[in-house]
Design a binder for this molecule. Structure first.
Ligand SMILES: C[S@@+](CC[C@H](N)C(=O)[O-])C[C@H]1O[C@@H](n2cnc3c(N)ncnc32)[C@H](O)[C@@H]1O
Length: 273
């Protein structure tokens, strides 16, 4: 029998001696896939910003809303999600496939623990398809020739590139050209969905959280709104533009709506003309 992608997931080194963004975020979301070093980093943030767990949940919830809008309003059926994170139901494919059971999703992350849990991302509807690729956003050439990507997505048809809570782990110099390059490869009608950290709305708390990440050895870059708008250069921004995540189509779910000072990220969705 032909091995499935699930059979091929290798044993991985989880590097439990240092904090990892995926595991700290999992801890903030109330997940169980994290280690003492991740919880220590998270607890230092929570001690100084008690609302940070609600902010993390809001950061995850906007991914649900963006996926719904992409599938329901823009008719997107293919998703390339880079910086997927540890599986947390509902995952992106579950949201997309509720709207369109034939939706196809390729997940990408560079953290070994996400790879170790990737089986939970490979639970597609029979009509749709999901794949997981262990790859770094900083290596787009490797990503773009991955058989799992090319077998799952038709790159002649529109794709939503979703970069949810990932670009703040990279500097502008590193990440802006990578995003532009990935968008270049995708056809007209494709979308960029992006959320990223800012200190605009809760300056003190955001700076504390960012510092705590850096102290734990995790690169972190907060951007003002104009810095986040740069990712959308040359694209047609969807309504309501680049806004704080609590203001991005809150009507699309029934979760708590936080005030501006309770969130620390912007969201934007845009179409490639
Ligand atoms: C805060 S989590 C966000 C997870 C998910 N997108 C969400 O919003 O719920 C950030 C994820 O990006 C991944 N990541 C960070 N830098 C990366 C890179 N250079 N290449 C691929 N993944 C990366 C981390 O491993 C982590 O899983």
């Amino acid at each position: 029998m032909r091995p499935t992608q699930q059979d091929r997931i290798p044993a991985v080194d989880l590097q439990t001696d240092r904090a990892h963004p995926a595991r700290v975020y999992d801890y903030m979301l109330g997940g169980k896939t994290n280690f003492a070093v991740d919880r220590e980093a998270g607890d230092r943030i929570i001690a100084e910003w008690p609302n940070s767990r609600a902010a993390a949940c809001a950061a995850r919830a906007v991914m649900h809303r963006m996926t719904r809008r992409l599938a329901e309003v823009h008719g997107i059926r293919q998703f390339l999600d880079v910086g997927t994170g540890i599986p947390t139901a509902p995952n992106l494919h579950e949201i997309a496939q509720r709207v369109a059971p034939a939706a196809r999703v390729v997940y990408v992350d560079n953290d070994p623990i996400v790879l170790a849990h990737a089986r939970a991302l490979l639970t597609s509807t029979p009509e749709g398809r999901t794949a997981y690729i262990d790859c770094d956003l900083r290596d787009p050439e490797k990503l773009l020739v991955e058989p799992a990507l090319l077998d799952t997505l038709d790159l002649s048809q529109p794709v939503a590139l979703t970069l949810i809570n990932i670009v703040h782990f990279l500097s502008d110099e590193a990440v802006l050209p990578l995003v532009a390059h990935l968008l270049d490869v995708l056809p007209a009608g494709s979308f960029l969905a992006l959320t990223a950290g800012t200190a605009d709305s809760a300056p003190e708390q955001a700076e504390i959280a960012s510092r705590r990440y850096r102290e734990a050895g995790i690169e972190n870059h907060l951007r003002p709104r104009a810095g986040i708008e740069r990712f959308f250069a040359g694209l047609e921004l969807d309504d309501p533009g680049v806004v704080l995540i609590n203001r991005w189509h809150p009507e699309l779910d029934d979760g708590p709506v936080l005030a501006d000072h309770e969130v620390m990220a912007y969201a934007g969705l845009a179409r490639k003309p």
